[in-house]
Each structure stands twice: as structure tokens, then as C-alpha cells.
Write a protein that binds this ligand. Structure first.
Ligand SMILES: [Fe+2]
Length: 436
């Protein structure tokens, strides 16, 4: 199933440190790959106690190197070591490298940096030029690691598909047509929103179509994802808030859409509780690792929920705003979400009233409809509390483009799954104008 893998990067974070069984499973699987010859170099970065490190080394002699967390100088030294695979190609995708303190020169000469954000931070959704550049850099690799936000991870997914099948990522835009595992892909998210670390979807931009399109397939789900809140503590406040609102929108739409089910509801409700409880904490104190970790977990929970239950009209509208106005995805989601919730109220009153409670609203004495509407109000209150924009006019959207945007949004796949059937672009245009 696996081919030889050039590099496996595992982070032994505090979350896993407290859950040794899970770490054990991850390392055991990787060690098995190594022993079977299907994996080249095993590299573990992490922050463990001295005793813990000795124990891991005793149990996993196959691991080539143990790198202290965020010690990228040590990482680079490892990558330069004779026999460590210097002559082999290695891939780490990353954005925010200046936050992660990978050396500045890395993007210019580093052979293992296959998917750098060399033109600054990656865009909200990977554009074809960047994905193609990544594909060129990654040619011949048998494994990928992605350290970054959703766009980086989605780029990694696209590259994993092209490494396996050839062509370009946009040649593989499709739904559920793959029949086998793609190139092994391990991810370390540096944002808490997309959920891409656990989802089966890669969102890519199509210039030809003028919109965001997808590769959706269970075989592009990353093989492993490592949460470490310390990789998100330096994420700027605006991106922290926006990405959290992306996760919030995933959870709300998964729970209120036509594909909802009670298992995904449970994931979505817990995600909503965690975001509502922890986003204000992180907004005030970006170094609160426990709250950061809770946001990471919320993003993954919401990602799992919408992988099955899908998203809805807020995402259809946000995808369009992202393509036309390059608005950060989470910001676009957050601004339109309360409007869409009110639009859906008579088609998802039960779900929205439960969401209201998860957001901390005291619904005692309210009718179900009132409680559902209170959920939209609570989302707006939360956004105001954490400094999230609430109007499209404040984020560079042009009012005269909203009618055209509505025609794009109604054709977006996500609109199909919305709680209330969307048949009239005029409805969407009205929602855009309400959000303007
Ligand atoms: Fe999203």
C-alpha cells in the first residue's frame, strides 16, 4: 500500500504526551513502515520529558532522530546529516514559516521545503500556480508532510494526488472516484478552522471556472494529523478569529443541513461549545495553550461533522466572496452565517435551537423558533466580542458585485445541502445585501 517514504515528521505534543496510547499507535504504525522498508527516515519532533524521551527511544529504535519541539535549527542539522537522506528529496509544506521560525533562507534553497509559501502567506485557497509550483518541487517524492493552515494542507492533498496519478491537481477535481490510497501525507495544522487535517476534501481555485472547486474523496484524507497548540499560538488574531468562525460555520451548517444526523450533531455541538467558550479566551490571551488546543479539537470535530453532513448556503456564499474578493474564507463565513441561519429558521428550528443552547443562550421560556433565532444573535454577539467583522462593506466587498455573486453562489455545490431549498438567486442577493 505504501511506497517508500522520504520523511515522516511526527510531533509528540503535550496533547499526545498525556495520551500515550494514541502516540504509541502512531509510532508503532510508523515503525512498522520503517521496518518493512516502505518508509525511509523517521523523524520525531517534540516536547517530552527526559524520562519520556528515553522511554520512546528504547521502544522505537527505528526512529532516526528526535528533535525538540520547534527547534528548527536541529531539524535542519538533522536534514544535513550524512545518511539522513540529504541526497533524497524531502517535503515539508508550510506557511507561517516566519512564525515557526524555519530559517528565512529555507524557501530559497532548501531541498526539503517542497511547498513553501514563498510569495508570502498562502492564500485562503491554493491557487493553481502555487499548487503547480509545489507539484514541480515535489516531483519524485513518496511522502509528504504539511505544516500549515487549510490552504497548505489542501495543497498537500492536491500534490499527494498528482504524485500518485500524474497531471495537475486541477486535473483531478472530482468526487469519490479514487480506488486506492494516495501518497502518504502527515499534517500539523497551524490554524484551527478548516478541519482539513481530518476531512476528505481539498478546496482548490479554478481560474477557468472562476470559482472554487474540489477534490472530494476519502483517499485524500491525511494519514495522520498532529495537534500541538504551540503551533498556533503565534497565529495573528485576525486569522485566529476568522479560522475559528470557519469551524463554527462548519458545525452550524453540518447540524442544520439536510444531511445532518445525530452522530455528526454530537460532534458539531461539542465544536460549537468549545469555540464559544475558548475563542474569547484566545482572543484575549493568544498564548493560552489549553484554549488553543480546545479550538484545534473543535476544528477537527467540526471537520468530521461536515465531512458526512456537508455544509450549506453560508459556505456557498463564502466560497464566492473568497473567489471574487479574496476575502479570507473564515471571515466570509462568519459575516454571512447569522443571515443564513435566520433564512433557514423555519427549516431547521430544532437544530438551531440546540445550537443556541450550545452557544450558551438560556432558552428557557422561548419557543423553539425564538430559541433558533437567538442562535443567530449569539453568533453575532460572539463575533463582536472577539473583533470579527460583521459587514461585507468593511472587508472590501463591492455592493455592485453582489447580484453576480448570488448567481455564482447558487451554483456552488454547498447550496444543495442547505436546510432551506435555494432556488432563487434573488434570495441570495438579498442575504448578501443584508450582510453588506
Ligand atoms: Fe469552511
Amino acid at each position: 500500500m505504501y511506497k517508500r517514504q522520504d520523511l515522516v515528521l511526527v510531533n509528540t505534543c503535550s496533547f499526545l504526551r498525556d495520551s500515550l496510547h494514541e502516540l504509541d499507535l502512531v509510532l508503532a504504525e510508523l515503525a512498522e513502515l520503517k521496518n518493512s522498508g516502505s518508509c525511509g527516515n523517521l523523524l520525531v519532533t517534540g516536547c517530552v520529558t527526559k524520562r519520556g524521551l528515553e522511554e520512546f527511544q528504547r521502544c522505537y529504535p527505528e526512529v532516526d532522530a528526535w528533535i525538540p519541539l520547534k527547534d528548527f535549527a536541529a531539524l535542519e542539522r538533522y536534514l544535513e546529516l550524512p545518511g539522513s537522506g540529504k541526497t533524497e528529496r524531502k517535503a515539508i509544506t508550510h506557511s507561517y514559516y516566519r512564525y515557526l521560525r524555519i530559517s528565512d533562507g529555507c524557501s530559497n534553497h532548501c531541498s526539503y521545503c517542497a511547498i513553501p509559501s514563498i510569495r508570502g502567506e498562502m492564500q485562503s485557497v491554493p491557487i493553481p500556480e502555487l499548487v503547480e509550483e509545489a507539484e514541480r518541487l515535489a516531483a519524485g517524492l513518496h511522502g509528504l508532510g504539511s505544516v500549515g493552515g487549510g490552504s497548505v494542507i489542501d495543497t498537500g492533498k492536491g500534490v499527494a494526488v498528482t504524485l500518485k496519478n500524474g497531471g495537475k491537481a486541477n486535473d483531478h477535481l472530482n468526487l469519490l472516484v479514487m480506488t486506492e490510497m494516495q501518497t502518504p501525507h502527515i499534517v500539523i495544522p497551524t490554524t484551527s478552522g478548516t478541519g482539513s487535517e481530518v476531512t476528505n476534501i481539498a478546496v482548490l481555485t479554478s481560474h477557468g471556472a472562476g470559482r472554487k472547486l474540489f477534490i472530494a474523496d476519502k483517499f485524500i484524507t491525511p494519514n495522520a494529523a498532529i495537534h500541538d497548540p504551540r503551533f498556533t499560538t503565534s497565529l495573528p488574531r485576525r486569522m485566529t478569529v476568522a479560522t475559528a468562525m470557519d469551524a463554527m460555520t462548519h458545525a452550524v451548517e453540518a447540524m442544520s443541513g439536510i444531511m445532518s444526523n445525530r452522530i455528526c450533531d454530537a460532534q458539531a455541538l461539542q465544536a460549537i461549545r468549545l469555540i464559544a467558550g475558548n475563542l474569547p479566551v484566545v482572543a484575549n490571551n493568544p498564548h493560552d495553550e489549553e484554549a488553543r488546543l480546545n479550538l484545534q479539537i473543535a476544528a477537527s470535530l467540526a471537520g468530521w461533522a461536515f465531512t458526512v453532513a456537508q455544509v450549506g448556503l453560508a459556505h456557498a456564499m463564502a466560497h464566492t466572496l473568497g473567489t471574487l474578493y479574496h476575502l479570507p474564507h473564515g471571515e466570509a463565513c462568519g459575516i454571512v452565517l447569522p443571515k443564513v441561519m435566520r433564512y433557514n429558521v423555519d427549516h431547521a428550528a430544532t437544530a438551531l435551537s440546540e445550537i443556541s443552547q450550545a452557544l450558551g443562550v438560556n432558552t428557557a421560556g422561548m419557543s423553539k423558533r425564538e430559541a433558533a433565532l437567538a442562535a443567530a444573535d449569539a453568533i453575532e454577539t460572539l463575533m463582536q466580542k472577539v473583533g470579527h467583522p460583521t459587514r461585507l462593506r468593511d472587508v472590501g466587498v463591492k455592493e455592485e458585485g453582489l447580484d453576480i455573486a448570488a448567481f455564482h453562489a447558487i451554483a456552488d455545490t454547498a447550496a444543495i445541502f442547505n436546510a432551506r431549498p435555494v432556488n432563487d438567486p434573488g434570495d441570495i442577493a438579498a442575504l448578501y445585501k443584508e450582510a453588506y
